[in-house]
Write a protein of this length. Structure first.
Length: 382
């Protein structure tokens, strides 16, 4: 590698490193605020566990941070070089745009290969470890999951509230069971609530005791609990709250495809189904197999989107000739969002195996690479 190539490689590598780190930080903070900040603030976990969970969240955001960071780093470096006429000087010295971009392409290929490892191993393993840790926290102390004075909406279909807590008991419990539109269809209350964990069924059991009552709303107006059927009285009742509704299943046969490693995805092509075995038809089996294949191809396509975006970013950085960081960040975000939106749209075809969405998922990469090569060729001619 010549001196000039080393200079370009070093400039892009340093710039990309800091921009990738910036995007990783932003995405991790967003996930932390969504996933665990409330648990830390409510005292459900210690600072050591919190830091460990933050570390486990990093691999899941790297596949998104790498393309945006590489894009931004290249736009910054080539935009600055173009604005300061360094590109013009290199072309006058007989170097083509392809030759100048060679070290950048090499860096992009290395980043893509690294992203493949993240997508198919480290991210799924880290997510599995995170969910196992969270499940163990709830198993060891179910009471810490429901904090008095707060409306708990973590369990789909329920809203839970308790006035106070004394020892292992919740005082003044109220539970609202919701319909599919999120409206209260059943209102339950009791003086005492006891939380326990059922390991066999992987459920939190909320046992309501003492002066319990339940009001069931009429179907014509679920939001108006005044229009209810007669109040039901009870001295003890148990509500089952499945953990897999909020954490996700750790069973390989029920786990989300996005949380499987490459080996697990390959094994799941003929065994993974959303429905019970007795409801599987040949059409459903073909659709499920296509969904697994799409997930595999999406993992590879997302990883090599780094190279595709870099091919497009090099001539764009030369043409835009900007040195402003925020402008380049905006351009990188716009390009990345365009790519991800195209990927999402193609993913909608997973229910139609005949359209081969597992092949179509590579279309955004092809478009970016073709457009990038054309722009580089034009920049070389000018």
């Amino acid at each position: 590698m010549g001196t000039l190539n080393k200079y370009i490689f070093r400039q892009v590598a340093v710039s990309a490193f800091f921009t990738v780190a910036l995007f990783v930080f932003v995405l991790v903070v967003g996930n932390v605020m969504k996933e665990v900040m409330g648990d830390l603030a409510a005292g459900r976990m210690g600072m050591d566990v919190f830091i460990y969970i933050v570390a486990l969240l990093v691999p899941s955001v790297i596949p998104y941070a790498l393309p945006m960071g590489m894009l931004t780093g290249i736009l910054l470096v080539f935009g600055r070089m173009s604005a300061q006429n360094e590109i013009t000087a290199m072309k006058a010295g007989g170097r083509s745009i392809f030759a100048m971009a060679a070290p950048v392409f090499f860096l992009a290929i290395c980043a893509s290969i690294f992203s493949v490892g993240i997508n198919f191993y480290y991210a799924p393993v880290a997510d599995h470890t995170y969910k196992t840790l969270l499940r163990n926290l709830i198993r060891n102390n179910p009471l810490q999951f429901i904090q008095p004075g707060r409306f708990i909406k973590d369990f789909p279909g329920y809203v839970i509230y308790a006035n106070d807590a004394k020892g292992d008991e919740l005082i003044g419990c109220r539970i609202w069971e919701l319909d599919k539109q999120g409206r209260a269809k059943v209102s339950i209350q009791a003086e005492i609530g006891m939380l326990s964990y059922n390991d066999a069924e992987d459920q939190i059991l909320l046992t309501l005791k003492r002066n319990g009552s339940a009001e069931i709303s009429r179907g014509d107006d679920p939001e108006d609990l005044r229009k209810t059927l007669p109040v039901l009285r009870f001295e003890e009742s148990t509500i089952k709250l499945p953990l897999n509704k909020i954490i996700g299943s750790l069973d390989n046969k029920k786990r989300k495809l996005s949380l499987m490693t490459f080996g697990e995805l390959m094994d799941a092509r003929d065994t993974w189904h959303r429905l019970p075995p007795d409801k599987i038809t040949p059409e459903i089996a073909a659709r499920d197999r296509m969904e697994v294949q799409l997930q595999i191809q999406k993992g590879f396509a997302m990883a090599f989107s780094i190279f595709s975006m870099v091919v497009f970013a090099v001539p764009l950085g030369i043409k835009v000739s900007r040195t402003e960081t925020f402008a380049n960040l905006a351009i990188a975000l716009a390009l990345a969002m365009a790519y991800y939106m195209a990927t999402v749209v193609i993913s909608w075809f997973e229910k139609y195996p005949a359209l081969r969405p597992d092949i179509l998922i590579w279309l955004p990469n092809i478009v970016f690479q073709v457009a990038g090569v054309i722009l580089i060729w034009r920049a070389s001619k000018n």
